[in-house]
Each structure stands twice: as C-alpha cells, then as structure tokens.
Design a protein. Structure first.
Length: 135
C-alpha cells in the first residue's frame, strides 16, 4: 500500500457539498484511480476500524471537506499527525470555478450537482497523480 493515496471525504450530511465530496471520492477510488487510491471512512475511524486507522497513520491524505469547519482535517490530525497532505474545501473550489449546484440538496443531486461531482473527482484525481509523482 506504499504507493497509494487516501481520499477522505467529510461525513457532513447537512450540506450539498458533503454529498458532492463523498460522491466524488467514490468516483476517484472506484473508477478514476482505483489502483492508486483507498477510500477513508470517517465513521469507521470513529469506531476504531483498524484499516482506516492504518490509512490515517500510513498514507498521504486528501480530505474533501463538505463543511467550512473542515471536520475531517481536524479529526484526522488526531490520528494522522502530518499525513493530511491536501485539504480541498469543496464549496470554495466550486465557487472559484463558477460551478453552481442550486438544483441539488444533501439528499439528491440534480444535473448541476452531478457536474460538480465529476469536476471535483477529476480535480482530485489530478492531485493524486501529482502526489504520487512526488513520492
């Protein structure tokens, strides 16, 4: 697992940006970069699942933050110390790139929300590539 990056979405359930971040993380880990990534799970980390503790302890981490308070980054720093390599603020990134998700909610993404998922997933995949090149 040495040449892998952990993509860790926040578990924010009340914001559309949390949903977008989780869906993008799945897309990166299952379709775009399945051989280069693992998916971190915040509830598993809370529960003491050894696999996720190992991800946090041993791998570079990209957090996809669905809330402005960056909960994933803060919690992971307790476990990972200096392993959180990149923090992506989903709302800020979409706003900078003029991606509107007004047709979406935390429970259901519309076409604009799905476009945002694809954008974030490809953005994250590029970060994965850059981090692996530097290793």
């Amino acid at each position: 697992m040495k040449n892998k990056i952990c993509v860790w979405p926040s578990s924010e359930l009340t914001s559309v940006f949390g949903t977008i971040g989780r869906q993008a993380a799945y897309l990166v880990c299952e379709k775009l970069r399945p051989q280069q990534t693992v998916l971190g799970c915040m509830p598993a980390l809370f529960s003491g699942v050894q696999e996720d503790i190992g991800f946090a302890r041993d791998l570079p981490i990209i957090t996809l933050e669905g809330h402005h308070a960056h909960h994933a980054d803060k919690l992971l720093k307790e476990y990972a110390r200096d392993k959180v390599t990149i923090v992506v603020d989903v709302e800020r990134l979409l706003k900078i790139n003029l991606i509107n998700v007004s047709d979406s909610s935390p429970q259901k993404l519309g076409p604009k929300g799905n476009k945002a998922v694809r954008f974030l997933a490809h953005y994250t995949a590029k970060i994965v590539d850059d981090l692996l090149r530097k290793k």
